[in-house]
Design a protein around this ligand. Structure first.
Ligand code: ATR
Length: 487
């Protein structure tokens, strides 16, 4: 697959400097002749000779005639023409440029057409070497439909270029190698972007490693809403690179009502696995083929694995937290206080109990804590008892959202109430050092931060997606290194 770098110009100087940058990076360039100012053919010919990269020359209807005269001298490898071009014009291009491949393109900057099959069929009424469908999906389901369609067409031949525009089309750009496209576009930087949502060469290469992927690479990803601020994809992709694994990890914004249709498209792709985040951890369960007993008991899933053609749900949140905590001290037989009654609280209380701790749950809303405690057969206490409980607590696990976000100085726990014997864990990962964690350190407590929980659950996800391929030591080292490299 060629990574094609658009050269938007518009003046000769900018064309030259963009080509100089592209030469260092690219495998192919696109001259957006429709955007160029009128640059003399001799100048373009000079550039053509001095920059030895294959060229896609893109024409738009109103300029076709003007440039056709010059293209005969320039001899681009590919000529990109817009659907709607007249049959005679197409014949003229083929006659003038007998050695060039012709790509016939369709653009929809507003929608994704319902019926891609008949669109392609209509396009094929004009004979071309390549066809390009650049459309605007409005959600991840539409984007995956595009991916599946293009992949199926390219299963034999590889002549269809599929491009997803705008934010929801991103996935169809990242999965280009898996779609079997002959080329895909990536810009030098934002100032050279020629289509909405176009990603930079740097992002495509250095984060998602499209050059290492192929038609048969594995796809992993995060689903939830919002996902744009999540950084886990950087860690997972870094690990795949370290382990030379032909796999890519992407992020997708998905709502509960889209889950059914989304997973149906994912099945067609044999999508290897997902991380699941809010608000889907509970709502995803009915769409899965199987749910691991622990995840069932917790009532939430944070990991999905494609196993024997089935989607199986797991929950590694509790294991992640407890592994991070037990790296410091064992919880067996100890008093373990959980503050909060949401999904994280449930997973952590469940796992602490499994490991033999005496678990007590407190929460602002008593009834939620009571329901959780009843379900997991642990103890519940009113929130007002927290101060007293903290005098004897061996472990405190803070699982609420209080203190979340950079600059957030809120905490539910008065520093004076903390005993230095208590190990304090905060499930919040951003910031790593919450107010609670700083207060606890000041009191002399041992602390465990939420990023450690994330890391532990991430490597368990990896082991579930790729069982038995690498040793646990190797996975652990790769995740620790990847995590330390993130900003
Ligand atoms: P998650 O599933 O991410 O763990 P959740 O289901 O939204 O989160 O639950 C958030 C937890 O934070 C709840 O325990 C919530 O308390 P309530 O059950 O009383 O709502 C707790 N929480 C959020 N904001 C809080 C606040 N300002 N004070 C005390 N508890 C708070």
């Amino acid at each position: 697959m060629f990574l094609c770098i658009p050269i938007p110009g518009p003046g000769l100087d900018s064309v030259r400097s963009q080509m100089t940058q592209a030469l260092k990076l690219g495998t192919m360039i696109e001259w957006r002749l429709d955007l160029f100012e009128e640059i003399a053919t001799e100048e373009l010919l000079f550039l053509r000779r001095h920059y030895p990269l294959p060229i896609v020359a893109t024409l738009k209807k109103h300029r076709t005639h003007f440039y056709l005269r010059h293209l005969q001298q320039l001899q681009p490898e590919i000529v990109d023409v817009e659907l709607g071009i007249r049959r005679e014009e197409m014949a003229e291009i083929k006659k003038e440029l007998p050695h060039a491949h012709v790509m016939l393109s369709y653009h929809d900057h507003l929608h994704m057409p319902e019926d891609l099959n008949s669109l392609l069929h209509d396009m094929q009424q004009l004979s071309a070497d390549y066809y390009k469908i650049a459309v605007t999906p409005h959600n991840a389901v539409e984007a995956l439909k595009l991916v599946n369609f293009v992949r199926e067409v390219n299963r034999v031949g590889g002549t269809l270029v599929g491009v997803g525009m705008d934010a929801d089309g991103e996935i169809a750009r990242l999965l280009a190698p898996i779609m079997g496209v002959p080329l895909t576009y990536a810009c030098l930087d934002e100032s050279c972007q020629t289509a909405p949502g176009q990603l930079s060469v740097d992002t495509m290469r250095n984060i998602y490693r499209v050059q290492d992927l192929s038609f048969d690479s594995q796809i992993l990803g995060l689903i939830g809403d919002p996902v744009s601020k999540r950084r886990g994809y950087l860690v997972h992709n870094d690990v795949f690179e370290q382990l030379s694994l032909p796999a890519v990890y992407v992020r997708m914004r998905i709502n509960g009502h889209e889950l059914g249709a989304f997973l149906q498209e994912a099945r067609a792709l044999k999508w290897k696995g997902f991380s699941v985040t809010m608000p889907l951890k509970e709502t995803v369960i009915p769409y899965l083929d199987k749910v691991d007993p622990a995840a069932k008991a917790i009532g939430a899933v944070n990991t999905i694995v494609w196993e024997d053609e089935q989607y199986v749900g797991y929950n590694f949140d509790g294991i992640g937290a407890l592994e991070a905590i037990e790296a410091k001290r064992r919880v067996k037989g100890k008093l373990f206080i959980v503050v909060g009654a949401g999904g994280a609280a449930k997973a952590i209380a469940y796992e602490a109990k499994q490991r033999g701790a005496t678990v007590v749950v407190v929460n602002r809303t008593y009834d939620r804590a009571k329901a959780l405690a009843d379900k997991l057969s642990v103890t519940v206490q009113p929130f007002q008892e927290l101060q007293k409980l903290l005098q004897e607590a061996d472990f405190l696990a803070q699982t609420t959202s209080v203190g979340m976000g950079h600059g957030n100085e809120e905490t539910l726990i008065t520093p004076q109430d903390l005993s230095k014997e208590t190990l304090v864990f905060d499930a919040i990962a951003i910031p790593t050092e919450t107010r609670l964690i700083r207060d606890a350190m000041f009191r002399g407590c041992e602390v465990v931060t939420g990023d450690k929980m994330w890391l532990e659950q991430a490597r368990r996800q990896f082991s579930a997606w790729f069982p038995g391929v690498f040793s646990e030591r190797k996975i652990l080292d790769a995740y620790e290194l990847a995590n330390s490299r993130q900003p």
